[in-house]
Write a protein that binds this ligand. Structure first.
Ligand code: NDP
Length: 299
């Protein structure tokens, strides 16, 4: 296959995310100018997990770059659940805060479910609160989890109308697999959810026009599990030994063997990853507009 043919199959999430962030920036400018509204995102980090530190720093940087206010709260690893709940309640009541994100994972003494349940659903820009999960399930208008929302945007950008497509979602977590499946049902796809107990997984995959892999197992899906001409969204982020004393990131799909077979595939890195933060900014603008009862500006 020529380099050009390969390039056209790669779904460039990095470029799409940059475009989305620019549109969010335009919307923020319009909200300030027309309504005096300045959306704000509060990010709470408990403890010193190095990966979480990087995520939180990037989120704050991109929030500011989009013209929004960024509120960072760093709490020590010994923080009690009560103290974190008190902070969440304070952010719920703060009119300058449009969106709240508590970075996961949390230290063992804090129950993530209790924290998520306390976030005001209107400010739950991660879309993890059961109210938002329920709204997604019944086709309502809540806040949708950022990673599956980003996957859907990439799919619609590449394929247009998804109606009638056979989709397989590999993984059934509450943050990726399940909301992804609901979003695809909403787009009138015929959806199968596969997981660790699924029988004949390779055959299930081979039937799919759209395959979304969200498992967390490096290179688990080889090219010969993929239907020729399918579109593949690889959510997995796995760090593996690169053999030279270094490590590198790979997805759940074996990109090299999949590329000649697919119509489109997201790379890792540079596919779904950048979409997650861009969708977080998108959700923050949406939340701010709904809280103030104004239309989301067209951008
Ligand atoms: P979870 O561990 O919560 O869920 C993994 C899912 O994969 C489970 O449903 C599990 O099945 C299923 N699974 C595990 N092993 C197998 C197997 N051998 N065969 C079939 N299914 C299997 O992970 P997440 O959903 O949180 O994340 C998935 C991946 O996506 C990870 O690599 C994560 O790093 C990445 N991720 C990337 C993001 C991004 O921004 N790009 C954001 C969020 C996640 P069962 O339920 O039966 O146990």
């Amino acid at each position: 296959m020529s380099d050009r043919a390969s390039d056209m199959r790669i779904i460039d999430g990095k470029a799409f995310a940059a475009g989305l962030r620019a549109r969010v920036g335009t919307q923020v400018g319009a909200l300030k100018e027309r309504h005096g509204i300045e959306p704000g995102l509060a990010v709470v980090l408990v403890g010193e997990n190095p990966a979480s530190e990087v995520y939180v720093r990037n989120k704050a940087k991109q929030t500011r770059a989009a013209g929004m206010r960024s509120f960072e709260h760093r709490l020590p690893p010994t923080t009690s659940q009560e103290a974190l709940l008190a902070m969440v309640r304070q952010l719920n009541d703060d009119p300058d805060v449009s969106g709240i994100l508590v970075q996961l994972p949390l230290p063992a003494q804090i129950g993530a479910d209790a924290i998520i349940a306390t976030i005001d659903p209107a400010k739950d820009v991660d879309g993890f609160h059961t109210t938002n999960a329920g709204l997604l399930a019944v086709g309502g208008d809540g806040l949708v989890p950022c990673t599956p929302l980003g996957c859907l945007m990439l799919l619609k950008d590449r394929l247009g109308d998804l109606s009638g497509a056979r989709a397989l979602v590999l993984g059934r977590s509450n943050i990726v697999g399940k909301p992804m499946a609901h979003l695809l049902v909403r787009e009138s796809c015929t959806v199968t959810i596969a997981h660790s107990r699924t029988r004949d997984l390779a055959d299930e995959c081979r039937r799919a026009d759209i395959l979304v892999a969200a498992v967390g197992r490096p290179h688990m899906v080889p090219g010969d599990w993929i239907r020729p001409g399918a579109t593949v969204i690889d959510v997995g982020i796995n760090r593996i030994d690169a053999g030279n004393g270094k490590t590198r990131l790979v997805g759940d799909v074996d990109f090299e063997s999949a590329l000649p077979i697919v119509a489109g595939i997201t790379p890792v890195p540079g596919g779904v990853g950048p979409m997650t933060i861009a969708c977080l900014l998108h959700n923050t603008v949406l939340a701010a507009c709904r809280q103030h009862g104004v239309e989301v500006p067209v951008a």
